[in-house]
Design a protein around this ligand. Sequence first.
Ligand code: BDR
Ligand code: CA
Length: 316
Amino acid sequence: MARKLILDVDTGIDDALAIAYALASPELELIGVTCTYGNVEVDQAVRNSLAILELFGRRDIPVYAGPQPDGFEVMEISQFIHGVNGVGEAPLYDAERSVEPASAVDFMVRAAHHYGDDLVIVPVGPLTTVAAAVEQDPAFAERAHIVCMGGALTVPGNVTAYAEANINQDPDGADRVFRACKDITMIGLDVTLQTLLTVVESEEWEKLNTAGGDFLAKATNYYIKAYETTAPHLGGCGLHDPLAVAVAADPTLVSTLPINLKVDTDGPTRGRTIGDEMCLNDPVKSAHVAIDVDVERFLAEFMQRLTGLARETPVV
Ligand code: BDR
Ligand code: CA
């Protein structure tokens, strides 16, 4: 039976790829998309998510809005990587339906109670909504199974020398989540910067001549170009968010280190994900940090799934 999935996104190009990966994964049943801020504002993440679901023929999947801190502004670097509309200026038609009236936090808390072990929550943006769920209901932290994209344990950050972008947006919220949640797998830069896509792959989508293929190719080409400037040594763009979804579908794609995590919330290392020295000798480890990934198998799955999904969309 497919595991229920809630995907928490700041849609974002790789967030869009993560939504597509989720839709194309038979191991997962996407029961809701919750939207946070980061690459774009919450409102834009909602618009993008609704439009992407519609593009792939999935108007049945509800979309919820999460909290956005007062005064939040999209960082210049986020806009450079993801474009002003968040999806590399690829045109997306506004969806006919709108966001759900319930809040993303309530939806997450209710789903964790209702589905228990049958649910996996995959946050691929700042952990603000998950932190709010932890605060709203202490039992949430006991019950929730989380696979998140964020952080960096064995490599430097991508915003500061210490902080990865998602954790950097809300280090305090991320710290609360890592300390409280009993089952959390961290898919950080340690592995996501090993899974790279190039124009060789995006051309496959172009060749489909479908609405879905065109969208994936346009958005991803923009992302690849940005990476050529920000991280030319990589030779491609990082498939951060889809890797987290892929691990939720198939945990054997990565090997992990059991550890109790915390986030530095003060000083120059603010935003660093690191082992909690106070829990070093605790035999129970609440987090598993991915430190290696089967790159070849993931990329093969990624291309097969997304190409299959895009092939089914209308011909252009
Ligand atoms: C993470 O930051 C965002 O820009 C991406 O969507 C991804 O979730 C990578 O550091
Ligand atoms: Ca993201």
